[in-house]
Design a protein around this ligand. Structure first.
Ligand SMILES: [Zn+2]
Length: 466
């Protein structure tokens, strides 16, 4: 069998691993988009390195765009095989890929305006919303724990990784020359202490292990302190300063986690009486999908459900879809909390909330996730006194705070204890993907100390015979 690493190799986006099995099948593990700015990632995304129309199956570990975002593109290029994933991943993809298609169309329109001014020919989007809707016909959502036969020689089984709703490890069994080869791909690994999701589950033994390494050199702070920290920021901003709290957050996952934590404070009678607005159409749709899949949630959440039939809703919490309702938030003259996308503050409605609120010292901007270098979020967090939003300069007078313990990725100790379910002697090779190269080298050392051997850190487009 051949394994070719196409994306998230010595980097964190664009997850794609191509398996060419003995019986002549081509299986792609994840089909993620490279994310970042500019033409470079667009070129990387268009250059798949294989013929999409000859692909037999895609096995998808979870719905994040850096893992699923190119499925509409390979569909456009002629892929008509199956996309096998968990049922929750399928439901999330049906809204997230359509949203991504819409973003591709919009970004291309803006890009083409600039090109037209320079007299350059227009370009087409990598895919459209229509492609994203059409490719959903290829999806097969299967329950966790089922041995699913993809074809005569291949079976797959999913177990939860607690990284996002529906995220799984994929255990593949491929029959080659009368023997079974076992491949496990963890996708992204969550945390045992996640507020919402069940902890990562042990997965079946593999011969070949492919695993992520995002926080391969980092330890997280303790979660329990993070929710209290959030409450303190709410009290400080909305009660003491009587200002507005702006929380830029990813629409899928992070927003629901914040709402759930605020919901629990509300149930305990500890949340100040403040209006809370979730201002993102994607977050509203994603919350609907979360409500359809409570089977992925942890025991604490199940316990809350016994007394609270909707942990993603309480009085004073308003979900906003329409653009005109979003604009009306600018006119509010009392303390409130606005949770809006995107998390890195580069795009989405949160930009107009930042423009409207960042220069008032009564307000607070609270970052709850990673901001890539040179994004608006990173510039605000590093303490720039003036930032540009929509091309206009704004003084940063609001308080800027950060809570980074809401991560969906385990730290290196959490990842290693998750991998302890494997008999290390039975592993022929362990491949590290989805991490920066320096981090991966440190993580490989920690894994070796824990008894793992034959660790590889593949470069982009590197191929192995296993
Ligand atoms: Zn992910």
């Amino acid at each position: 069998m051949k394994i070719k690493f196409i994306g998230a190799s010595r980097g964190v986006t664009g997850s794609k691993i191509l398996l060419e099995t003995g019986p002549g099948k081509r299986v792609l593990l994840d089909c993620g988009m490279f994310q970042g700015k500019g033409l470079e990632t667009d070129e990387m995304n268009r250059d798949l390195g294989f013929d999409a129309s000859t692909l037999d199956h895609i096995i998808l570990t979870h719905a994040h765009i850096d893992h699923s975002g190119l499925i509409p593109y390979v569909y456009r290029l002629g892929f008509r095989g199956s996309v096998v994933c968990s049922d929750a991943t399928r439901d999330l993809c049906s809204i997230m890929l359509a949203d991504s298609g819409y973003i591709q169309e919009n970004d291309t329109r803006t890009f083409n305006k600039k090109r037209a001014k320079k007299g350059l020919p227009v370009v087409t989007p990598i895919y459209t919303r229509e492609d994203a809707v059409a490719c959903m016909n290829l999806f097969i959502g299967i329950p966790e724990g089922m041995n699913f036969r993809i074809d005569d020689n291949t079976k797959v089984r999913f177990t939860s990784t607690g990284h996002m709703l529906g995220s799984v490890t994929a255990n593949l069994q491929v029959r080659e020359n009368g023997q079974i080869r076992r491949i496990a791909y963890t996708g992204d690994i969550g945390r045992p202490t996640d507020y919402l999701l069940m902890p990562p589950k042990p997965f079946a033994q593999a011969d070949i292990l492919i695993t992520e390494s995002t926080y391969g050199d980092r330890l997280h702070s303790i979660d329990k302190e993070a929710d209290e920290e959030l409450l303190k920021v709410v009290e400080y901003t909305c009660v003491e300063k009587k200002g507005k709290l702006i929380i830029p957050a990813f629409s899928v996952g992070r927003t629901q986690k914040l709402v759930y934590i605020l919901n629990n404070f509300y149930n305990e009678g500890r949340l100040p009486r403040t209006d809370i607005y979730v201002d993102s159409p994607l977050a509203v749709n994603a919350t609907t999908v979360f409500r359809m899949h409570y089977e992925w949630f942890n025991k604490g959440f199940q316990k809350v459900l016994e007394d609270d039939q909707d942990p993603f809703g309480f009085s004073n919490l308003y979900y906003i879809k329409k653009a005109e309702d979003s604009k009306k938030l600018n006119d509010i003259n009392k303390p409130c909390i606005i949770i809006s996308a995107s998390g890195m503050m580069e795009a989405g409605r949160v930009k107009h909330h930042l423009a409207n609120n960042i220069s008032n010292p009564a307000n607070t901007i609270l970052a709850v996730g990673y901001c890539a270098p040179e994004t608006l979020g990173a510039r605000i967090l590093r303490g720039d006194r003036e930032v540009s939003i929509h091309g206009n300069p704004y003084e940063v007078k609001a308080d800027v705070k950060k809570i980074d313990a809401f991560s969906g990725h385990g730290d290196y100790k959490e990842m290693i204890s998750f991998l302890e379910c494997q008999d290390k002697k039975a592993l022929e090779k362990t491949f590290l993907v989805h991490g920066d190269y320096d981090t991966q080298k440190k993580y490989a050392e920690s894994l070796m100390e824990a008894g793992f051997s034959n660790i590889e850190i593949p470069a982009r487009k590197q191929e192995y015979e296993v």
